[in-house]
Design a protein around this ligand. Sequence first.
Ligand code: OGA
Ligand code: MN
Length: 205
Amino acid sequence: MDISGIADALADHGYLIVPQFISQQKALEFYAYAKNLPDQQWQLASVGRREQQTINTNVRSDRIHWLDSDVAEENEFLAAMNVLRTGLNRELFMGLFDYEAHLANYQPGAYYKKHLDAFKGRSNRILTTVLYLNPEWSKADGGELVIYGERGEVLQEVLPTLGTMVIFLSDRFVHEVKVGMKDRYSITGWFRLNASVSGIVDPPR
Ligand code: OGA
Ligand code: MN
């Protein structure tokens, strides 16, 4: 799917699922990179904003690694997302200013309970992206992303299969990650507005 297809789906529905966002080859490279990342490069994910930020395993129990444009392998992904960012700005006048992203690893038994990634007017996260990196994943492995509609109905259940990308408006869709049976790898990111012009606090990291 090209950028104008992505823009159209976002404008119409506020979310979309792209089954082959990147080539299998590229996705496998990111998977190998994540899998081989040493333990000390991962941190326990935390929940909440700045001062209330705590490591709260009741809400989520994954571990994360923030991507850094100074690391060539990581910048490859960030650069691709920057192309999407400028394309979306061109098509939808979204004024997306930058992008931040982390690798996530849900070990067997890990989950992320129902949540929103942003609250209206209180965060500069506009659009969430999740790219899945799992070469072999079936329904029996669990770990689905469940996206809910405004009345709490299930809109989508997404298996985290290699190369699948999900994009949604950060303040609109409650979502959760179900418990999985195997190591689950992904890259989660957020397109953001410029905090200095929008006058709102950066989300914690
Ligand atoms: C998140 C998140 C979804 C997923 O990191 O905020 O909701 O499927 N991730 O990994
Ligand atoms: Mn989320």
